[in-house]
Design a protein around this ligand. Structure first.
Ligand SMILES: [Zn+2]
Length: 234
């Protein structure tokens, strides 16, 4: 009987999703063409058009001391990728970034595998911001990287204690000032001597990540690197 009701529930669910697909056929996030059954979020052609950069750089436009060892940006900041990041922040279709990461998994692993990481940390949102958005848009990327690199997730070890105003209109010095003393480490013993990978969606000046790196360094962290999905800086 249990088995039969399971079968019925599976049949009803797949009928429902079939009907939904007829009413709202799944379309590619980039080109808006109808997706094939085997495609998820993006069509094969758009998926293979993202450009993986894999460049490290250390030219931060942050005044004062730099606490980050290196920063990576994974993908070219072209129109298609900017669209993807917009969806990551503001829509229900945020899972598309995971589809892109899976597609480029081998190449991403090759870029990162020469280094050991103990902890992967999303740049935390202030609790108020987290409530407004409902999720930290970077957490999915951090989870994905944690699995890829066999590293622990450490996002719970840091908190954002200062509600900072939006950074978009600020210059580099104002950004640094805005995020100074914005973060707190909850348990320094879990940070001490660890190799840490910070994760963010977009690298602009690096001021936010550097402010977080400063408190991690104070807590005794070893290397601190930053990985972002993309950056308009190249
Ligand atoms: Zn497409």
């Amino acid at each position: 009987m249990q088995n039969l009701s399971n079968h019925i529930s599976i049949a009803v669910r797949s009928l429902f999703s079939g009907v939904m697909d007829l009413i709202y056929p799944p379309i590619c996030l980039c080109c808006e063409q109808r997706l094939e059954e085997y495609e998820k979020e993006l069509c094969t052609s758009c998926l293979s058009n993202f450009k993986l950069l894999g460049k490290t750089h250390s030219k931060f436009s942050v005044p004062g001391e730099i606490y980050l060892d290196t920063a990576w940006a994974l993908f070219d900041f072209d129109e298609a990728f900017q669209n993807l990041i917009h969806h990551l922040k503001y829509s229900r279709r945020r899972k598309s970034v995971g589809v892109v990461l899976d597609h480029y998994q081998k190449a991403i692993y090759e870029q990162l595998s020469h280094q050991t990481f103990d902890l992967v940390l999303s740049i935390p949102l202030h609790p108020r911001k987290l409530r407004e958005r409902g999720y930290n848009q970077v957490d999915d990327v951090s989870n994905w990287l944690g699995k890829l690199l066999n590293a622990e997730l450490g996002s719970h070890l840091v908190t954002r204690i200062k509600y900072t105003r939006s950074q978009t209109q600020l210059n580099a010095a104002e950004r640094s000032e805005n995020v100074a003393k914005a973060f707190k480490v909850s348990d320094p013993s879990k940070i001490e001597n660890r190799q840490i990978l910070l994760v963010d969606d977009v690298l602009t000046t690096g001021a936010t990540a550097n402010a977080l790196a400063a408190v991690l360094r104070e807590a005794g962290a070893g290397r601190i690197d930053l990985l972002t999905l993309s950056t308009p800086k190249f």
